[in-house]
Each structure stands twice: as C-alpha cells, then as structure tokens.
Design a protein around this ligand. Structure first.
Ligand SMILES: Cc1cc2nc3c(=O)[nH]c(=O)nc-3n(C[C@H](O)[C@H](O)[C@H](O)COP(=O)(O)OP(=O)(O)OC[C@H]3O[C@@H](n4cnc5c(N)ncnc54)[C@H](O)[C@@H]3O)c2cc1C
Length: 546
C-alpha cells in the first residue's frame, strides 16, 4: 500500500469526513483519516492504484479534491493534541448512538470512536440489508409458488447483483439519515480508528491519546467461526459476505441454525438455491418450547429446505468450487456438497483489541464484557452496552442499554436495566416471535403453569391465506391467570407479538384478553383465540373470536 495526503475542499463537518471515508472505502482504500478542520484526507491505496482514482471517488461524493502528496510511513500523521472528554464511546452502532444522544442531552462533551463503517452492524450488515433482501425473496417466492389456483404468475431468474445494488443504496441512505447526519445534529465528535485502553482514563486511537471521565464500550460482536477440521482452508461465507453475493448459488449449505442462519438460509431458498440447514442440536430453536420448534421445522421442510439436526462435523474440504461437509448423524456418515457454505454459528464479542486488562474490565468465558444491572463493568468508570455484553442480540436492546448507560455514567442517574420482557423475532416465513417465559422456564421459576396451544389451522387469517402451518402458544400462571409468555409461529408474528409483550409486561390475565375485541381476519386475532383456548374448544365457535 502507498499512503497519500490529499487536500479536499467542501468538508464542513464530521459527517463530511464520514462521506469521504465511505467514498474511499468503496475503491479499496485503507487507513482513512479525513479531517474537515484541516481540509485534508490521509489514506493508503494499493501499490497499483493511482491517486487519481481516489480523487475521482471524492469528486463523485461531491467534494473537491486538490493537490496530493505521498506520505512516507515514518511520517504517518500523528495527532498533535490530546482530547479531554466527559464520555468516550467506543463503537458507532445502535448502542453507541443512543448513548451519545442521551449523553449530549445530559450536557456531556462526547467523542465516538469507530474503526469500521459508521452505524455498526444493524444498518450496514445486519437488520436492514437482511430484511430488505428477505422481502425481495418473499416476493420472488410468491411469484413462483402462488397458493391460489387460476392466478398465473412467473418469476425470472433473480438478478442478485441488481438486488444487492438496490440494497446498498438503501443502506447508504439509512446510514446517513439515522447515524452519520446525527453526529452534527447532536454535536459530538467522531474519531476514526481502532481504540485500545492504555489505562482506565485513557485510550489510544491510531497513536492519538484521548482521556475521558467515563467510557462506554459498545464494540458489538462478529460472526463466530467454529472449530471444524479443514474449515480454515475453505472459502466460506459469513452473514456479512453472503449479503454481498452477486449470483444466487445453485446449492447453499448453512452451518448453524440460529435466527441468522435460518433467515438467511430461507432467503436464498426463496431466491432459487437448494438449501441445507445443519446444526449440532437435535431440534431447531431448542431454547423455545417444542411446539415452536416443531411448527418451524414443519414449515421449512414443507417448503423444500433440507434440515439436518444432531450433526457432528468431522471435516470440511473444498474441491474446485465445491465445498464438502463430512458429518455423522445418528451413527450414519454423510457428505453434504454445495457451491457456497455459510457459517452462522453464533457471534463473538469484539473485545480482543481493546486491551481490557489495562482498564481493569473483566470479561466472561466467551470474551463478553460483564456488566451489572446499571450497565457498569467491573471498573466503575467504564460502562458497556449491546452485543459486546452477549445479552439478547437485538438492536433495540443495544440502544436501550446504551441510553441507560449514558444516563448513569454522565447524567447522575441510577437507572436499573430491565430486560425481563424482551420480544424476539425471527423473520422467516412463517415468522417466529416470542416474549416472556416459555413453559419450561415458567415451571423452573416455580409457577403453577397452564398453557394453551392453538394450531394455525384454527386461525381464520391463516385459513384465508392458505398458509396454516404454525402455532400460537400462551403460557399463564394457573393461580392468578396472568399471562407469563407468548410464542407464535405465523405470518406477521413479529407484529402480533407486541400485543403479547404489553399483556405480559402489564400483567394482563386470560380474562382481560378474552373480553377485548380482536379484529376479525387479522393474525392478531390468534392471540385472543389462543386465550379462549385455555377454557374452550375454539373450533366450536362461529365465525370469529366472539
Ligand atoms: C444478519 C443479521 C441480521 C440481524 N437482524 C436483526 C433484526 O432484524 N432486528 C434486530 O433487532 N437485530 C438484528 N440483528 C442484530 C443487531 O444487528 C445487533 O444486535 C446490533 O446491531 C448490535 O449493536 P451494537 O451497538 O451492540 O454493536 P454494532 O452495531 O456491532 O457496533 C459495534 C461497532 O464497534 C466497532 N468496533 C469494534 N471494536 C472497535 C474498536 N476497538 N475500536 C473502534 N471501534 C470498534 C465496530 O466496527 C462496529 O461498527 C441482526 C444481526 C445480523 C448479523
């Protein structure tokens, strides 16, 4: 790589620095540092790339590139000033932004450090790109598999490159609106580079020393790579690289069937791949009650997705482009071949580069940062939030933890985190949504438990949709008849679960649900029908939940 320093006119704010960084990242530049105050950008380009390519990318981003000079490595830019902040946030994802906004509201001087792309996982490589492609896959699937006789539709082969381009445009737009532009709106500072602690008061970012009264670690998590013989020599994909593929593979194998593996496996099935989902445990989503696993297994199998459970992995090999996974299931040896292999076996917290020992921050056995009920780490000046703590890995949990951490760290508050009721959704079709206690957890918690299990075959919305594979399960306390949990496999389960979350959080009873009107021919009516099922057979009702 060769390093350059380039004059750039037109940058007026930290957001502009980010736009320059994104433009340069797009052509493969590394070690990018844009400084709007100095009107300069420093970056490294591959040896064979001319600096004119970088100038063109910057001009296309609507800034004016000027003179460029080569920077000798020994002359790499060293910041001349030390910062002094109330609150330094490491990371720039959902946890970081909600924390920064809250800290600014509390009057704190805030800096945010990011080593990659601003916005973190959700907007760049997680929720947003996966859900927009899932929607495209759903439409493609419906065109090919219309459940209604007499409606003739067809689907051409999917132009994945076009879809991915469209997805990237959406990601850029949302990243700017929901992250980059907020930096100036709220008035905090973004510093690009990798942070590591020097001591409990100080971090170093690419040679720049910064000190703060309080810190937040919001560095997220990255795809975990399981130990399987031969895997390192194989060209495998992660959730990040799968979402950048330009061509739909003929065959795709997915190792790991958590929510990311199942969503992405079904996505590619719907785009036209033959998909095999594999996992070590004996049933899908084993943390949920068996009815949920059964319904999802049935739905995926009916759709033609191959499911291999209870697999032990012997080794993985690659022959040409073909990946071969050698497994043993029930004592039988099998080889699963495919053109692409996705590893979706959980996520590892990003703590390695932080030098946490220097700050007295302790981690758990998986490298996750341990926090208390106030989002505080084992060092009382340092807080942590989001995926790096390995709590429920959802962006709304990360944002909530980040907001609470800021209030406690710089707002003089003493707010406890309350993660008792966290709805979770898997965006498959049918979707899986769950909140509160499962039947097993309720029993373990000492409740005298009653449950109601209602097949989707009894839900009018599912009947008219002609998609009746799925289930509603409610868990209640037999003594008080208060709802403890709800678990749904159905179209739109992710939307329906919010009503159940309110019922569980505010202690509603079965009777409260029964006496509340539910709109006919919505999937949410299933909640009321499931509540009625505690005491009667709903197949005996007339048209609706009465
Ligand atoms: C494929 C996929 C789909 C998903 N779908 C959903 C969904 O539909 N709904 C949902 O709620 N959640 C979803 N999630 C989960 C969600 O994206 C995460 O829970 C959330 O983004 C975590 O936010 P965070 O702020 O903790 O970390 P992140 O958003 O990961 O941000 C951490 C940032 O820290 C930076 N960083 C790390 N180390 C350092 C360092 N030393 N110095 C400087 N910067 C550093 C990283 O570059 C990163 O940008 C999905 C995740 C994936 C992978």
């Amino acid at each position: 790589m060769k390093k350059y320093r380039l004059d750039v006119q037109g940058m007026t704010c930290a957001g502009c620095e980010e736009h320059i960084a994104i433009a340069l990242e797009g052509i493969g530049a590394k070690e990018i540092q844009a400084d709007f105050r100095k009107g300069k950008a420093v970056f490294a380009l591959p040896e064979d790339m001319k600096v004119e390519t970088a100038k063109k990318a910057i001009a296309e981003a609507k800034y004016q590139p000027g003179e460029a000079e080569e920077v000798q490595t020994s002359e790499a830019p060293r910041p001349d000033e030390e910062g002094e902040y109330d609150y330094i946030i490491i990371g720039s994802g959902g946890a970081a932004f909600s924390s920064a906004i809250e800290a600014v509201k509390q009057g704190a001087k805030v800096a945010m450090i990011e080593r990659g792309t601003v916005g973190g996982t959700c907007v760049n490589i997680g929720c947003v790109p996966s859900k927009t492609l899932l929607r495209a896959g759903e439409i493609n699937h419906l065109a090919r598999n219309n459940p209604f006789i007499g409606l003739h539709t067809s689907a051409d082969e999917v132009d994945l490159a076009q879809l991915v381009k469209q997805k990237e445009e959406l990601v850029t737009d949302l990243r700017n609106k929901k992250y980059v532009d907020l930096i100036d709106d709220y008035g905090f500072e973004l510093i690009k580079g990798e942070a590591r602690f020097i001591d409990e008061y100080t971090i170093e970012v690419d040679g720049l020393k910064l000190s703060a009264k309080r810190f937040l670690i919001a560095t997220g998590a990255a795809p975990a790579v399981p130990v399987i013989s031969g895997l390192e020599e194989v060209d495998y994909l992660t959730s990040t690289t799968l979402l950048e593929l330009k061509k739909v593979p003929k065959r795709l194998t997915v190792i790991g069937s958590g929510y990311i593996g199942v969503e992405l496996g079904q996505l590619f099935h719907r785009l036209g791949s033959e998909v095999t989902l594999m996992q070590r445990s004996s049933r899908l989503f084993k943390e949920y009650d068996p009815e949920i696993s059964e319904a999802l297994t049935k739905a995926l199998t009916e759709q033609g997705i191959r499911l291999v459970t209870g697999a032990s992995y012997e080794r993985i090999e690659q022959e040409g482009e073909v990946k071969k996974v050698y497994i043993e299931v029930d004592g039988q040896k099998r080889i699963i071949e495919s053109d692409q292999l996705l590893i979706a076996a959980g996520r590892t917290p990003n703590t390695e580069s932080l030098n946490l020992q220097a700050a007295g921050v302790k981690t758990g056995s998986l490298g996750e940062i341990r926090i208390d009920d106030y989002a505080k780490t084992t060092n009382e000046r340092i807080y942590a939030a989001g995926d790096v703590t390995l709590g429920p890995q959802f962006v709304y949990v990360a944002a909530y933890q980040g907001r609470v951490a800021a209030g406690n760290a710089v707002g003089g508050q003493n707010e406890k985190l309350d993660l008792a009721i966290v709805p979770g959704v898997t965006f498959t079709a049918p979707a899986v949504a769950t909140v509160g206690l499962t039947e097993i957890q309720a029993k373990e918690n000492g409740y005298d438990v009653i449950t109601s299990v209602l097949s989707l075959e009894a839900v009018p919305r599912a009947q008219v949709n002609r998609e009746t594979t799925g289930v509603f399960k409610l868990v209640a306390d037999a003594k008080t008849r208060q709802l403890l949990g709800g678990h749904i496999v159905a179209e739109n389960a992710g939307d329906v679960i919010y009503a159940v979350a309110l019922a569980v959080k505010f202690g509603l009873t079965i009777e409260n649900l029964n006496e509340t009107l539910a709109p006919y021919l919505t999937m949410a009516e299933g909640v009321k029908l499931a509540a009625l099922t505690f005491d009667k057979d709903v197949s005996q009702l007339s048209c609706c939940a009465g």
